[in-house]
Write a protein that binds this ligand. Structure first.
Ligand code: SF4
Length: 239
């Protein structure tokens, strides 16, 4: 029996990217292979998975971890009229075998940091949507920046956009974001994605100037369709 540690399962709407507003069930896995300096997502293992009783109610039932593929399939299948099931984290690809074994009818929407190419290979025929982050982590945080970027490119290649799968990239942009680094990576992955989403950072003090963002968009449009979409959950206080 395949099991995974999951911190929460709830129904809400997608808050980021081109599918913003689409109704989804979110399955948030614990654990992450990165340690981004700006991370605001709790990634540690939890004794229980919080299961929201009614969408938007913020009333949760605790289910003991780890959960089996059968249990997750049963919980997710109890929600109706959903666009897709968001597999998020942490880093969901750490649970690639578990994801491969899920028997969920709704399309799977993978939200990944795109740094685990071997794991991406395992789920490539299972997911219908890929929201792939390009994490511009400062070089000082990584042992080998070049191989980190190579892994990112390899992941996009494996999970690339095709007729039966929409793969798009997302980059969180802040005041200090290096435009040259972005252009270099997007140049390498532009053939694998349907579009690039520039997401202004949510913290007000780090917000890029509109001029910076619009200039970046103008340059990136040379490589791929590039749209600017802020994170929307915070605007109306939903999960
Ligand atoms: S990849 Fe995401 S969850 Fe993992 S450390 Fe970075 S920001 Fe946090």
């Amino acid at each position: 029996m395949m099991e995974a540690s999951i911190s929460e399962i709830f129904c809400s709407v997608q808050g980021e990217g081109p599918y913003v507003g689409s109704r989804q069930v979110f399955v948030r896995f614990t654990g992450c292979n990165l340690d981004c300096p700006y991370c605001d997502t709790p990634c540690e293992d939890t004794a229980t998975c919080k299961l929201e009783e009614k969408p938007g109610s913020k009333i949760f039932t605790d289910v003991a971890n780890p959960l089996s593929t059968e249990k997750v399939t049963e919980i997710v299948s109890s929600f109706r009229n959903i666009h897709s099931v968001s597999l998020t984290g942490g880093e969901p690809l750490l649970n690639a075998d578990f994801i491969s074994a899920l028997d969920i009818k709704a399309p799977l929407y993978l939200e990944s940091n795109m740094t685990l190419p071997d794991m991406a290979e395992k789920v490539k025929d299972k997911v219908s949507y890929v929201s792939g982050d390009v994490k511009l982590i400062p070089r000082s945080y990584l042992n080998d920046f070049d191989s980190y970027i190579e892994d990112t490119i390899e992941c996009f290649k494996t999970l690339r956009n095709r007729d039966d799968r929409d793969c798009f990239a997302k980059i969180v942009v802040s005041k200090g974001t290096n435009s040259d680094d972005i252009e270099s990576v997007i140049g390498d992955i532009s053939g694998y994605i349907s579009c690039l989403v520039l997401q202004p950072v949510t913290q007000k003090e780090l917000l890029p100037e509109p001029k910076q963002l619009l200039e970046l968009q103008e340059n990136l449009l040379d490589y791929t369709d590039t749209i600017v979409i802020p994170q929307t959950h915070v605007m109306w206080g939903c999960l």
